[in-house]
Design a binder for this molecule. Structure first.
Ligand code: AMP
Ligand code: FE
Ligand code: FE
Ligand code: ZN
Length: 279
C-alpha cells in the first residue's frame, strides 16, 4: 500500500500518542510511515520501537516551520542527524517563539472569548510544540467553535485580529541546514493556498539550488492543477515526488494513507541521507 510520509502525534499538534498513532497506522495496512512532528524529533525513539514491534517501516522525519520572503513554509526533513546543533538551535528558537506567540494570541483572544493560558496548556501534550491547533482546542472546549477547522476558518486565520506570527528560520537556510545534518529536505504542501500566501516559483527554485530534494506533490492542500505544475517542476529538476496525508488524528479531516509514497521513492530518500544512526 506504500508509505505515508507526513503524520503528526501529540508531540506536536496531532491528537494521539505516538503509540496509538503507530498502532492505527499498522491497522490501515501501510508498509511504512514517517513521523513528522513540527520542530521536534522527540517522538522518534517510541515511533521506531513501536513500528518494529508491528512490522512497519519507520522513516524518521520532522516538519520545520520556516518563514521569509513574505511567506510561511513547512519543510519536511527526513533521516537527518537529530543532534546537529545548528538545526537544533533553529527549531529551539522557533519552539520558544511559538510559546510567546501563543501567549500573546491568548491574551488578545481572552478579551472576547472565555479562554486563558491554562486552558491552552490543558490541550497541549507535555513538552509539545505549541501551535494554533492547541488554541483551537481550547476554543472548542470553551464552546466558542465546533472543531479545529471552524476555528481555523474564522478566529485563527492569519487575517484575524488575534493572529500573531512567530520566529521561524528562512526556508533556503533550512534546506541547507537539513542537508548539513545529513537529511533529505522535501517541501511540504508547496501550494497550500488556503493557509495564506504561498512560495513563488522563484523561491522554490532558490530552495532547489540550496539542495531541496523533493516536493510533496500529492497532498490535499495542493489543487489538481497545482499538482500538475509541481510534477513538471519535479521532473525538470529530477526531484523526489512524495504523497502524504498530513494526518493530525481527530484534529483535521485528513485520513491516514489518503495519499502515499511508493517504496522506490523511500529507497531514494534512504540513499540520499548521509546520516546513519542504526538503520
Ligand atoms: P501554527 O503553526 O501554530 O501557525 O499552526 C498551523 C498548524 O495548524 C498547521 O501545522 C496545521 O497542522 C494546523 N492547521 C492548519 N489548518 C488547519 C485546519 N483547517 N484544521 C485543523 N488544523 C489546521
Ligand atoms: Fe500541524
Ligand atoms: Fe505543514
Ligand atoms: Zn504537517
Amino acid at each position: 500500500m506504500g508509505y505515508d510520509l507526513h503524520v503528526h502525534s501529540k508531540i506536536s499538534d496531532g491528537t494521539q500518542s505516538v503509540k496509538d498513532l503507530v498502532q492505527e497506522i499498522a491497522e490501515t495496512g501501510l508498509d511504512g510511515f514517517a513521523l513528522t512532528d513540527h520542530d521536534t524529533t522527540a517522538g522518534w525513539p517510541e515511533a521506531d520501537q513501536t513500528a518494529q514491534k508491528l512490522g512497519l517501516d519507520f522513516v524518521a522525519g520532522m516538519e520545520i516551520s520556516c518563514a521569509g520572503h513574505g511567506v510561511s513554509i513547512h519543510l519536511l526533513s527526513y533521516l537527518h542527524d537529530p543532534t546537529y546543533q545548528p538545526l537544533l538551535q533553529e527549531i529551539a528558537r522557533a519552539r520558544e517563539s511559538r510559546i510567546h506567540r501563543a501567549q500573546r494570541m491568548v491574551t488578545l483572544l481572552s478579551e472576547d472569548y472565555p479562554i486563558d493560558w491554562d486552558d491552552v496548556m490543558e490541550q497541549t501534550g507535555e513538552g509539545a510544540t505549541v501551535g494554533r491547533p492547541h488554541i483551537a482546542d481550547a476554543l472548542v472546549a470553551a464552546g466558542a467553535v465546533e472543531n479545529r477547522s471552524e476555528a481555523f476558518a474564522s478566529i485563527l486565520t492569519p487575517q484575524s485580529r488575534y493572529y500573531v506570527s512567530h520566529y521561524a528560520v528562512n526556508p533556503v537556510e533550512a534546506v541547507r541546514l537539513v542537508r548539513a545534518a545529513g537529511g533529505v529536505p522535501v517541501m511540504a504542501h508547496p501550494r497550500a493556498r488556503s493557509r495564506g500566501r504561498i512560495a513563488s516559483a522563484e523561491l522554490i527554485e532558490e530552495m532547489i539550488d540550496a539542495g531541496l530534494a523533493g516536493l510533496e506533490v500529492h497532498h490535499r492542500d495542493n489543487s489538481p492543477e497545482d499538482q500538475r505544475w509541481l510534477l513538471s517542476v519535479a521532473f525538470e529538476h529530477d526531484l523526489l515526488v512524495t504523497g502524504s496525508s498530513d494526518y493530525h488524528g481527530a484534529g483535521k479531516p485528513n485520513r491516514l494513507g489518503e495519499n502515499t509514497t511508493d517504496r522506490h521513492t523511500v529507497q531514494r530518500i534512504r540513499k540520499l541521507s548521509t546520516f546513519s544512526p542504526n538503520r
